[in-house]
Write a protein that binds this ligand. Structure first.
Ligand SMILES: Nc1nc2c(ncn2[C@@H]2O[C@H](COP(=O)(O)OP(=O)(O)OP(=O)(O)O)[C@@H](O)[C@H]2O)c(=O)[nH]1
Ligand SMILES: [Ca+2]
Length: 491
């Protein structure tokens, strides 16, 4: 008689079916329990009201991960047409109107049902700092007009204010290190170098700096369970537009009718107005008394002379601290690496000088040759480039190298620690992201509790255990299993 296969009994079939259902159920539960919910996003909007222009940034992050890290991303950028809001001092209403187009764009980019809960911030920097110094009532009127315009939009308006230089430097540093995920991972941080139109910031962590020498240059943070003692300084008037004014003011102190300028290309000539050149608190006290209304600005394209002219706007004579950069400002020993953004990037990128593995001496040599090129040739080589920018690249490049080496004391060696950057992982380097992260408490002081395993890890482990249990279970039911091995013979 044919022996009946014990695997084919109804009982084993039922057990097998139940086992399979159990595995499927276990895996399903594991998957469902840890599965991320369908992605919903939250948004934040920051307006960077700079001295030269205003820009709008929209950030987004997964709604249920407010407190998590490295997740906030820039989704949209809009450059406001026209100059910075501080230029509207004589027609403040226009400052508000200028923001309208970008704000309309923001309405399209943020889903309608999120409009009311989306915070909207405006931070103004050195242009408004200077206007406020000149006339606090004029700056108040500009803010009033801007507020009025922003409140017409459906977002959750959180106010407009002038950032201190310290905040500007510190939030730029937070942005860079947040995007690099250096904060979350507790890695060595990257210093931040920001070159604007009216001010420039340097911020870095240095082991030999405890903040006590100059409290106004230090900002302390506790982020993700790590303490940071940040050195930061903002030099008002040392942004590239104001530095150009100061350099030209130095060259035209006697009020001549012709100014020969080594920072402009040979062949460059333009008629300029003395009152326009001196219309800024950075230079107004140096305005020559008996100057004519206009002067002829003539380029001679000489890098070394240009560098000497730029050096004259830095003061190296006194330092009451252990060490200084310039103008008697404390600066601890440099400690790399550094990220240099905004005008540092625009200028060095245009000049093809972003590669800092090239020797500093060679960079200077290249710039020297560039400055000596005739203005006609420069215009021919770069059709379509805004002439104002084009005329100033020789000055701007020379200013950047002078500021870094003579001002901040970068050497041929430490120069290679600098990386010229515009974006990090799709988000612009600048103070705006750090500012928003701070105001929305998005970076926790302590490290967040992260699950020991990612979601996929849980699913795999539960599945493997379920399969093993099932095999064991079936094996224990197999009628032949224990009897297959040699049974002791009872004689
Ligand atoms: N070449 C070039 N220059 C630019 C560009 N965008 C801005 N600039 C100039 O670079 C300088 C710095 O620009 P920003 O960083 O936007 O300066 P800002 O924020 O307006 O000024 P601050 O208030 O001092 O920070 C200014 O002189 C601008 O005119 C660009 O796309 N190309
Ligand atoms: Ca800026």
């Amino acid at each position: 008689m044919k022996e009946k296969n014990p695997w084919h009994t109804p009982v084993t079939i039922i057990i097998t079916v139940i086992g399979v259902i159990a595995i499927v159920a276990l895996v399903t539960v594991a998957v469902l329990q840890n599965r991320p919910l369908p992605q919903k996003y939250k948004y934040g909007i920051v307006l960077d009201a700079g001295s030269s222009h205003t820009a709008l940034y929209i950030y987004e992050w997964p709604a249920e991960k407010d407190n998590n890290t490295g997740r906030v991303e820039q989704t949209h950028f809009c450059k406001v047409k026209g100059p910075g809001i501080s230029s509207y001092a004589s027609a403040p209403v226009k400052a508000g109107e200028s923001l309208r187009l970008c704000m309309e764009e923001a309405k399209q980019w943020v889903p309608g049902k999120r409009h009311h809960q989306t915070p909207l911030y405006l931070g103004a920097t050195a242009g408004m700092r200077l206007l406020n110094m000149e006339s606090s009532s004029a700056s108040a009127k500009v803010f009033q007009a801007v507020e009025g315009a922003l409140q017409k939009f459906p977002f959750s308006y959180q106010g407009a204010r002038i950032l201190s230089g310290q905040d500007e430097g510190a939030f730029g540093w937070v942005t860079v290190n947040y995007l690099d995920e250096r904060l979350k991972q507790g890695l060595e941080t990257r210093g931040a170098l920001d070159l604007g139109g009216a001010s420039t910031q340097i911020s870095f962590v240095s082991d030999n700096y405890d903040g006590s020498e100059s409290p106004s240059n230090s900002v302390t943070f506790r982020l993700y369970g790590n303490d940071y003692n940040l050195y930061t300084h903002s030099f008002l008037c040392y942004g590239k537009d104001q530095a150009l004014r100061m350099t030209q003011a130095h060259q035209s102190q006697a009020g001549p009718a012709t100014v020969l300028d080594p920072c402009f290309h040979p062949g460059y000539t333009a008629t300029k107005n003395y009152s326009v050149l001196y219309d800024s608190p950075c230079v107004s006290d140096r305005k020559p008394k008996d100057a004519p209304d206009t002067f002829t600005h003539i380029g001679i394209g000489d890098f070394l002379q240009c560098q000497a002219a730029i050096k004259s706007v830095f003061n190296f004579t006194s330092c009451k601290y252990s060490r200084c950069s310039f103008n008697g400002v404390l600066q601890p020993l440099l400690q790399g690496p550094y990220g240099a953004f905004s005008a540092y990037y625009f200028v060095m990128n245009f000049l093809n000088l972003t590669d800092t593995s090239v020797l500093l001496e060679d960079v200077k040599e290249k710039l020297k040759r560039y400055c000596a090129i005739n203005w006609d040739q420069i215009m021919q080589q770069h059709p379509g480039v805004k002439l104002k920018y084009l005329a100033e690249y020789c000055f701007s490049g020379t200013y950047i190298l002078t500021l870094l080496t003579e001002g901040y004391n970068f050497t041929s060696e430490s120069y290679s620690d600098i990386k010229f950057i515009k974006k990090i992982k799709g988000s612009d380097a600048g103070w705006t992201l750090g500012y928003m992260l701070n105001l929305t408490n998005m970076i926790p002081a302590e490290a967040p509790d992260t699950p020991p395993l990612p979601h996929a890890g849980y699913v795999s482990i539960v599945s493997v255990i379920a399969v093993l249990l099932f095999i064991l279970f079936i094996a224990s039911l197999h009628p032949l299993w224990p009897r297959c091995s040699k049974q002791p013979q009872i004689v």
